[in-house]
Design a protein around this ligand. Structure first.
Ligand code: ADP
Ligand code: ASP
Ligand code: MG
Length: 405
């Protein structure tokens, strides 16, 4: 008998029929003799619907109130699933994050889980009740409702699995595992039966939204065995493996992309690191995370900087920079929204040369221009015009991940 945490995403609970199907799956796991704790997302489309309601009141609504609003979607799905399981003759209880004591920091909209109390969940397990917990939400130290960022239910599930020392955390979704790239963009993408933890971390951080990045981080931190599988057709899925493969057979194991990055340009800044430091401080003080950074020097007199930020932070970042333009000594501040980042990831890059040349050759053959480049030991990322994103993903997948590539 194992203790299993099962997480179901929005499409997996997107209708009454889907909720009934999930109830069957949970009950089946129970009948196999396992103990189960369930973590749910809101029904698909619900979180977007709620955000749209808020935006009709205010385009930049109070972040505290937005969290109160968008956390409600999960309250609906957990209660419906509990009803469906009870109807099948099993004991079940739906619980909000507050009732479980999921404590977070107070960064509304992107809160981090600080602690999950195991007491209530252990109590439900001892009484043979299937606990069904609302994902995506938490509570800060002052009792405010917080949310964990889009896709955050994966992280709720892993943190809960860690707190109750579950044997496995299963992430049920609408694809049957982690693929070499998003199968919706490249139909030739292949499911991987295993992916190393380091690669998954990189893929998720570069935009492969099949797993919320913080869920992968949490799995690593707490050593939680993590598996991604389909709720429509459950099979073995993909195991996120802690074993590093010394001799990876592919140089590149996946292509990831992110449409939610925007470019910010700060041009004609005097030389001297203090100016860059001022810009970065401005971002840091306002909770704006920067991804790519690039600088171009003009004869050592003036410098142009380029940054990428999340699209949610784009307008605020431009506003803040414009307010401080004189202090920053910048001649011009501008931005580009219609850009996207595409990346190739692979442990094999550490020990192979020629990867960058193949990467840029694949883009050149499709006449795709690159705005920014960033590399690490196990990835190459470029920022491109968003309209070429799908073409770039397919070209890179063909170059690195198909037999004739
Ligand atoms: P859920 O609502 O179940 O959390 P998500 O939409 O957040 O589901 O994540 C699943 C989606 O992730 C898939 O439908 C797929 O389009 C996308 N995806 C992106 N990259 C990958 C990848 N490498 N492997 C599998 N799916 C991916
Ligand atoms: N319902 C939230 C969202 O749509 C959380 C999640 O699905 O993981 O982002
Ligand atoms: Mg998700």
């Amino acid at each position: 008998m194992a203790l299993i945490v099962q997480k179901f995403g929005g499409t997996s609970v997107g209708s009454i029929e889907r909720i009934e199907a999930v109830a069957d799956l949970v009950v089946k796991t129970r009948q196999q003799g396992h103990q189960v704790v369930v973590v749910l997302s809101a029904m698909s489309g619900e979180t977007n619907r709620l955000i749209n309601l808020a935006k009709q009141i205010d385009t930049r609504p109070s972040s505290r109130e937005l969290d109160v609003l968008i956390s409600t979607g999960e309250q609906v799905s957990v209660s419906l699933l509990a009803m469906a399981i009870i109807k099948r003759g099993h004991s079940a209880v739906s619980l909000l994050a507050d009732q479980v004591n999921i404590l977070t920091d107070n960064m509304f909209g992107k809160a981090r889980i600080a602690e999950v109390a195991a007491t209530r969940l252990k109590h439900e397990l001892e009484h043979n009740r299937i606990a069904i917990i609302a994902g995506f939400q938490g509570r800060d130290i002052e009792g405010n409702i917080t949310t964990l960022g889009r896709g955050g239910t994966d992280t709720s599930a892993v943190e809960i699995a860690a707190a109750i020392k579950a044997d496995e955390c299963q992430i049920y979704t609408d694809v049957d595992g982690v693929y070499t790239t998003d199968p919706r963009v490249e139909p030739n993408a292949r499911r991987m039966s295993q992916v190393t933890f380091a690669e998954m971390l990189e893929l998720a951080s570069l935009g492969a939204k099949v797993l919320h990045i913080r869920s992968v981080e949490a799995a690593g931190k707490h050593n939680v065995p993590l598996r991604v599988l389909s709720s429509f057709n459950p099979d073995e899925g993909t195991l996120i493996s802690f074993e590093e493969n010394d001799m990876p057979n592919k140089v590149v194991s996946g292509i990831a992309f992110n449409r939610e990055e925007c470019l910010i340009k700060v041009q004609g800044v005097p030389t001297g690191t203090q100016y860059l430091s001022k810009i970065l401080k401005l971002f840091a003080e306002n909770g704006i995370e920067i991804d790519m950074i690039n600088q171009v020097n003009h004869n050592f007199e003036k410098i142009d900087y380029a940054f990428t930020v999340h699209s949610n932070d784009y307008l605020q970042a431009l506003e803040l920079l414009s307010e401080d333009q004189a202090q920053l000594g910048a001649q011009n501040i501008s931005g580009l929204q219609a850009v996207a980042k595409v990346s190739a990831v692979g442990m094999g890059m550490k020990s192979h040369s020629g990867v960058a040349s193949l990467f840029f050759d694949a883009l050149a053959q499709e006449n795709i221009n690159v705005v920014l480049v960033s590399t690490s030991e196990i990835k190459i990322s470029v920022l491109i015009d968003e309209k070429y994103l799908e073409l770039a993903v397919r070209a890179l997948h063909k170059a690195f991940l198909t037999e004739n590539g």
